[in-house]
Design a binder for this molecule. Structure first.
Ligand code: PBG
Length: 328
């Protein structure tokens, strides 16, 4: 009789929480998570970001406190975004030794030592008055090669401040090579580069542009960021960055591009990083705020899905919360 029933019974391994945990194919650990943090020059109180409930623009002090909390929760790294008090056409605040990012790096390295990896986003859009990721020509187009010189200078400034990893996010052609050369020539051959290699021109960055106050005042980023229709192109970008000296590569956003994460993971032998961006965060928070989804389950599912797709490291605004949940 019983022969007419299925012999293989996958449900056997789903019967108890302990069995499911033992049989799980993918695990997420606090050390896999990196917390993106915003720090703003010259503010007296942390400033909430309306489109990212629970995320703030930090003061220098609140940044230190939040960084301690993240490290205590076991988070593997932090990545800093700075918002300067003054912006100009060339983004002078970005490579100023006293600029907000350099100051914050010195604060965090003094506080935390090597307890967590301190990374910096390396770009110009937070620092330019026009909100673009580079220097503009008279016609208002981004001048790729003039921008590379700026990126090289920012890399030197961030390295001098003591950062552990620089993460160029501007998607300029040749940016990794320019930054690698700048680091090597300034006595930082040991400093790794995490390249935002496959970075899409995405609507999911919307809330970030409020947080980092970097929405372009005209035009958009589709001449340098990737077209969401493409995935072969991601591999081309990844291989170029590796040839130029990238030590880790990133896919961004994460959730809508899990296929790209998997393709990159299968194609390379360096750590693959995925960035769960501001819009992915905002969507879950908003739906949960309305009572339409179970917030914690949705967060945890979104993160394990990114790991399952092949990301070794996940950047997420929920890093501290998720790490706390993982260890309790
Ligand atoms: C550029 C940068 C952006 C993000 C990270 N680095 C914005 C952009 O390209 O417009 C977006 C991150 C997010 O949405 O969470 N410096």
């Amino acid at each position: 009789m019983s022969a007419q029933f299925p012999v293989a019974r996958p449900r056997r391994l789903r019967r108890t929480p302990a069995l499911r945990r033992l049989a799980a194919e993918t695990r997420l650990a606090p050390a896999d998570l990196v917390l993106p943090m915003f720090v703003k020059e010259g503010i007296g109180e942390p400033a909430p970001i309306a489109s990212m409930p629970g995320v703030v623009q930090h003061t220098r002090d609140s940044l230190r406190k939040a960084a301690h909390e993240a490290v205590d929760a076991g988070v593997g790294g932090l990545i800093l975004f700075g918002i300067p008090a003054v912006k100009d056409a060339v983004g002078s605040g970005a490579d100023d030794p006293e600029g907000i990012v350099q100051t914050a790096v010195r604060d965090l390295k003094a506080d935390l030592g090597d307890a967590a990896v301190v990374m910096t986003d390396l770009c110009l859009d937070e620092f330019t008055d026009h909100g673009h990721c580079g220097i503009l020509t008279e016609r208002g187009e981004i001048d790729n090669d003039a921008t590379l010189e700026r990126y090289a200078s920012i890399a030197r400034a961030q390295a001098a401040a003591g950062v552990d990893v620089v993460a160029p996010s501007g998607m300029m052609d040749g940016q990794v090579a320019a930054i690698r050369a700048a680091l090597d020539d300034s006595g930082h051959p040991e400093l790794p580069v995490l390249a935002y290699s496959a970075k899409y021109a995405s609507a999911f960055y919307g809330p970030f542009r409020d947080a980092a106050e970097c929405a372009p005042v005209f035009g958009d980023r589709s001449t340098h960021q990737q077209d969401p229709a493409n995935s072969d192109e991601s591999l081309r970008e990844v291989f170029l960055d590796l040839e130029e000296g990238a030590d880790m590569v990133m896919v961004k956003p994460a959730g809508p591009y899990l296929d790209v994460v998997r393709r990159v993971r299968d194609a390379v032998d360096v750590p693959v990083v995925a960035y769960q961006v501001s819009g992915e965060y905002a969507m879950i928070e908003a739906a949960a705020g309305k009572g339409w989804i179970d917030r914690e389950r949705a967060i945890d599912e979104s993160l394990i899905a990114i790991r399952r797709a092949g990301a070794d490291i996940v950047l997420t605004y929920w890093a501290t919360e998720a790490a706390t949940r993982l260890t309790r």
